[in-house]
Design a protein around this ligand. Structure first.
Ligand code: ATP
Ligand code: MG
Length: 315
């Protein structure tokens, strides 16, 4: 046995030198045949998500590929490289990926519990200030971890944050890198904005959007992630999205200019401390927004809850 292992060692070292990337990726390669595909949970803009089994319960995101497979495979592997290096309590557990076309899939732990999206809308009554603050702290910790790893989420929103047994899990970061892969047949004459997306988009992104612009070309950044967090924080305290009653054209204009948002905030009456955090995250200038580490500090410095906030907002 020992001899066998010794003989194998040099080849392993050589192949690592030949292609470090492909060797790393092999560790995360899950043969598609090993997956047990279960019920369809939902279909989002990046394809279908199934419940499934692979050494226990998992979530399986299937990606449909078309056209130039080599190009797509490269894109896909690049994203998988990002996923595999994340280990944080508030970030979804990446378990592996199927990397042999046509079966491209991402396998993660399965999130029980609800998304924040449905929590704030259906169970608002259970969200007291203690809890919203703890949720926000978890999100901020997960996000500052991702940013420290050089990963921009690009799609932070309440639908991509799960909450279960007092713990937050952030999902679906980096999928935007694969826009080109899943949106082959996109028409270049109309601008389609998926429902609810606009609220999380920083003005610098809204200004760049157009039918001609591919989504993976938009100016996503760490600061744009902070803008999106501002919206999640707003939802946590108001139970919904801002400007919800406005027609979509007005929303685009109001959000793009950053002006409508100020008025909305003044009207929402969430209390001074909460409003301050929303407005700094929603700063029209990206450079004026705090980092997630700074946000962590701001959350710490919120007044202790045994003292009343200057205005208790909705709760
Ligand atoms: P959008 O299409 O705007 O991104 P979404 O985030 O709801 O919206 P998907 O991310 O494609 O869309 O998710 C599809 C469905 O699968 C949703 O109902 C989502 O809550 C669920 N889902 C996604 N990932 C997991 C997971 N790891 N565990 C459990 N359910 C998940
Ligand atoms: Mg999602």
């Amino acid at each position: 046995r020992d001899e066998d292992e010794l003989e194998e060692l040099p080849t392993a070292i050589i192949s690592r030198k030949v292609s470090q990337t492909s060797v790393y990726l092999q560790e995360w390669d899950i043969p598609y045949e090993q997956l047990q595909l279960g019920e369809l949970i939902g279909k989002g803009r990046w394809g279908k998500v199934h419940k499934g089994r692979w050494h226990g319960e998992v979530a399986i995101r299937l990606l449909e590929v078309a056209g130039d497979q080599q190009e797509h495979l490269k894109l896909f592997k690049k994203e998988v490289m990002n996923y595999r290096q994340t280990r944080h309590d508030n970030v979804i557990l990446f378990m592996g990926a199927c990397m042999v076309p046509p079966h491209l899939a991402i396998v993660t732990s399965f999130c029980r519990g609800a998304t924040l999206y449905s929590m704030v809308r259906e169970r608002a009554a259970t969200l007291d200030l203690n809890r919203t603050r703890q949720i926000a702290r978890d999100i901020v910790n997960g996000m500052s971890y991702l940013h420290a790893k050089g990963i921009v989420h690009k799609d932070l929103k309440s639908k991509n944050v799960f909450y279960h047994t007092n713990k937050v899990v952030i999902t679906d970061f980096g999928l935007f890198g694969m826009s080109g892969l899943v949106q082959q047949g996109r028409k270049k004459t109309v601008l389609r904005i998926p429902h609810g997306w606009i609220y999380y988009l920083a003005p610098e992104i809204v200004k760049q959007m157009g039918p001609e612009v591919d989504e993976d070309q938009l100016p996503f950044s760490k600061a744009a992630d902070v803008y999106a967090f501002g919206t999640v924080w707003y939802e946590l305290h108001s139970g919904g999205w801002p400007l919800a009653s406005q027609p979509v054209e007005a929303k685009i204009w109001l959000l793009g200019s950053g002006e409508g948002v100020r008025k909305e905030l003044a009207d929402a009456n969430l209390g001074k401390e909460i409003t301050e955090i929303v407005s700094t995250c929603w700063s029209p200038e990206a450079s004026a927004r705090p980092t997630f580490s700074q946000l962590a500090g701001m959350l710490e410095r919120l007044p202790k809850l045994n003292r009343r906030l200057s205005h208790p907002g909705h709760f």
